[in-house]
Design a protein around this ligand. Structure first.
Ligand code: UDP
Ligand code: MG
Length: 224
């Protein structure tokens, strides 16, 4: 993938950035669901997949999508697994849309919620974050997540219920903010940094699904 934002000849309204690591069974159905939804909006869009060092054939599936939907599906491949933050940064630095979505590649996030995010942005927000409700994950995930969300909310003054949700919408200005430096595992704190930079951050309740294929890529390490 060599297309830089500067080489954009078309005005792209929406970019969707999807980090994937070993999601071979999910990427095709995800793209079909996502594109069906995006087509309904009637705006030019692109979907950027970041293959974060998959070893299970995910990249071959992404190549098929890229060949089938040239100019719409873009694929960045990392030489090894770098983590979700670098994957999102790779997408942010290449995307061309005025509105940028991030979503997980495991079919847990529901593309049908996209219009609701856009409505919320249009109310005057710069970042809209999803709140998985009701949450369909195992208690081993939901309980630590509650503690994390409570801690972040108390310590930063940014009162979100599900800050770590991968399904978010951003205005371009926000992701281009030079002070929003993302490294390590900082994708978890984008709403906090955005708030500190004076951007308006909102949360909406969204439907989500239990993981269908494969397994979670974050073990107990995430809690540390
Ligand atoms: N992911 C990634 N790199 C990683 C870990 C995860 O690109 O090092 C992707 C993963 O493939 C998925 C998304 O990030 O598309 C969220 O990961 P996961 O579903 O495992 O997280 P969980 O839902 O368990 O929090
Ligand atoms: Mg998941």
């Amino acid at each position: 993938e060599s297309l830089s934002p500067a080489s954009s000849s078309q005005d792209i309204a929406l970019s969707v950035v999807v980090p994937v690591m070993n999601e071979v069974q999910s990427v095709q159905p995800l793209y079909q669901q996502l594109s069906a939804q995006l087509e309904q909006l009637g705006k030019a869009y692109e979907v950027i997949f970041i293959d974060d060092g998959s070893t299970d054939g995910t990249f071959a599936e992404l190549q098929k999508l890229h060949d089938a939907y040239p100019g719409i599906v873009r694929v960045v491949r990392f030489r090894r697994n770098f983590g979700k933050t670098p994957a999102l940064v790779a997408g942010f630095s290449r995307c061309r849309g005025e509105i940028i979505f991030t979503m997980d590649g495991d079919l847990q996030d529901d593309p049908q919620e996209i219009p609701r995010y856009i409505e919320k942005l249009n109310e005057g927000y710069d970042l809209v974050s999803g709140w998985k409700f009701p949450r369909l994950d195992p208690i081993s995930k939901t309980f630590p997540s509650r503690i994390f969300n409570w801690m972040v909310s108390t310590m930063t003054g940014v009162h979100l219920h599900d800050i770590n949700n991968g399904f978010k919408a951003y205005r371009r200005e926000l992701i281009q903010d030079p002070y929003l430096k993302l490294y390590g595992d900082f994708h978890r704190f984008v709403p906090v940094m955005a708030h500190w930079r004076g951007f308006n951050v909102a949360e909406i309740k969204v439907r989500h699904h239990p993981r269908k294929f494969g397994s979670s890529k974050f073990g107990a390490r995430r809690f540390a």
